[in-house]
Design a protein around this ligand. Sequence first.
Ligand code: PXL
Length: 285
Amino acid sequence: MNAIKKVAAIQDISGLGRCSLTVIIPLISAMGIQVCPVTTTVLSAHTGFGDFVKRDLTDFMMPALEHYKKLGVEFDCIYSGFLGSEEQIDHCLEFFSTYKNALKIVDPVMGDDGKSYKTYTQRLCRRMGELVAVADIITPNLTEAAILLGEDFPKAPMLTSEIRSWLVRLSEKGARIVVITSVVLSDGKMTTVGYDRDKGTFWKVQNEYVPINYSGGGDMFASILAGSILNGDSLPVAMNRAAAFTELCIRTTYSYGTPWSDGIMFESQLPWLMSYQELKDFSPL
Ligand code: PXL
């Protein structure tokens, strides 16, 4: 048992734009959990900038794993996100199979707003399915859920019965907990939905809509969900904590009118996360 839980975060780091490790390290740390980065790529700015320089660290991933095995270190959680190549997926699979007792969280980052990111080929998206198959928890947004299910991106609001069926079908691919973000339900509300297969329960948390999509929003949501579950919160409370903090920070950022590519201003809101509030803004789906 680690005195403080350890999360191996298999993620990239971008100098500009607040995504992946520059979001995950401060947020999970603020929740009292240690982040051990397994850095896949170093970028001057995230790929949304269009123009950036990068150093690929794919060949660092297996030596890092070998080092951890030699040390006998145990991780409480392995958490993967944005990945740059099929080889990086192979290395993630090695981490997951090495740490069988760790909580396996896969954020199948592939796209947003109905489109896949430029760097994600169809083959890379298919291979992401292999990570989803070994995960305990997955956190796709609606675009990624559609890609994983081979469905068209829903242009209209979704019925509860429809999104429940998406949750169950995604869970049949492996994970016992599925959370889908950025779903518009037929009441017109922006909603996060979740399914716990073992308990047979469906949950939702609703959010204020903000008309801009910042980089790193998915990383923010998934890392708080991860921290919250590791700290013993129930699934709906974890969804509520992740959605509430993300909404708080997005609304703050929107009020300043900064560009989407700068990401979400979370620095001044960290005390909210650290104060670990009681939450009850969730309901059955
Ligand atoms: O937030 C996802 C993400 C992570 N890392 C890099 C990205 C993106 C999304 O564009 O470009 C490098």
